[in-house]
Design a binder for this molecule. Structure first.
Ligand code: SAH
Length: 205
């Protein structure tokens, strides 16, 4: 049988992902380990989102790879993820040698992610909390990646972005979300609109 993870990486290349480090990370992180038991490996590597419990989903491989490619994380850079979910995206960022911080609002998902990241050996700092607050103790971050969709750009996250920092987030509600990329240059924010996407909403407490 062909290795489903290798097939996934081939498919990502066909879809236009070209950053070698991102492809390498996607080929390395064992996606099936981050899913609830019962997903045999082939299903885990198909290009679709999958349920992870608590009405949440793990994003499809293409979106994970695409967002990771767009934020251009360099080794050692500090990165904040909002919406740890399964922990998979956090592991991909750790595989790129990022200094990873990730916040999840659902306690059970946060503890599951902490456990899996530990057993798979990806070093990430995960906490259960409200992503709208960011993680001020460790700010500023070179990169912020939001994997749930707020209606408006969370102000505190913009504040916690470092100079020359990049932030990527799905913005908007329901069927009209778009990926937005922000860049902080000399204290000013540049905003770029990107692909239409579909993420779970970012929960407001
Ligand atoms: N990045 C994840 C997928 C995330 S799904 C992965 O790789 O598996 C979106 C996640 O965002 C869900 O787990 C959801 O519980 C979480 N979330 C929603 N609102 C949030 C908030 N305000 N703060 C932190 N996490 C939030």
């Amino acid at each position: 049988m062909t290795d489903p993870q290798k097939l996934m990486v081939e498919q990502l290349k066909n879809y236009g992902i070209s950053d070698k480090r991102v492809l390498e990370a996607m080929g390395k992180v064992p996606r099936h380990r981050f899913l609830p038991a019962g997903f045999f490996s082939e299903a885990a590597y198909g290009d679709h989102p999958l349920p992870i419990g608590h009405e949440q989903t793990i994003s499809q491989p293409y979106i994970v790879a695409y967002m990771t490619e767009r934020i251009n994380l360099k080794p050692g850079e500090k990165v904040l993820e909002i919406g740890t979910g399964s922990g998979y995206q956090a592991a991909v960022l750790a595989a790129l040698d990022g200094d990873v911080y990730s916040i999840e609002i659902v306690p059970e998902l946060a503890s599951h992610a902490i456990e899996v990241l530990k057993t798979t050996g990806y070093k990430c700092n995960v906490k259960c909390g409200d992503g709208y607050q960011g993680w001020p103790e460790f700010a500023p971050f070179s990169v912020i990646i939001v994997t749930c969709a707020p209606q408006e750009i969370p102000e505190k996250l913009v504040e916690q972005l470092a100079e020359d920092g990049r932030m990527i987030l799905p913005l908007g509600g329901g069927f009209s979300q778009r990926l937005v990329i922000l860049r902080k240059k000399q204290g000013k924010i540049e905003q770029e609109e990107d692909l239409p996407v579909r993420f779970v909403p970012m929960i407001k407490k």
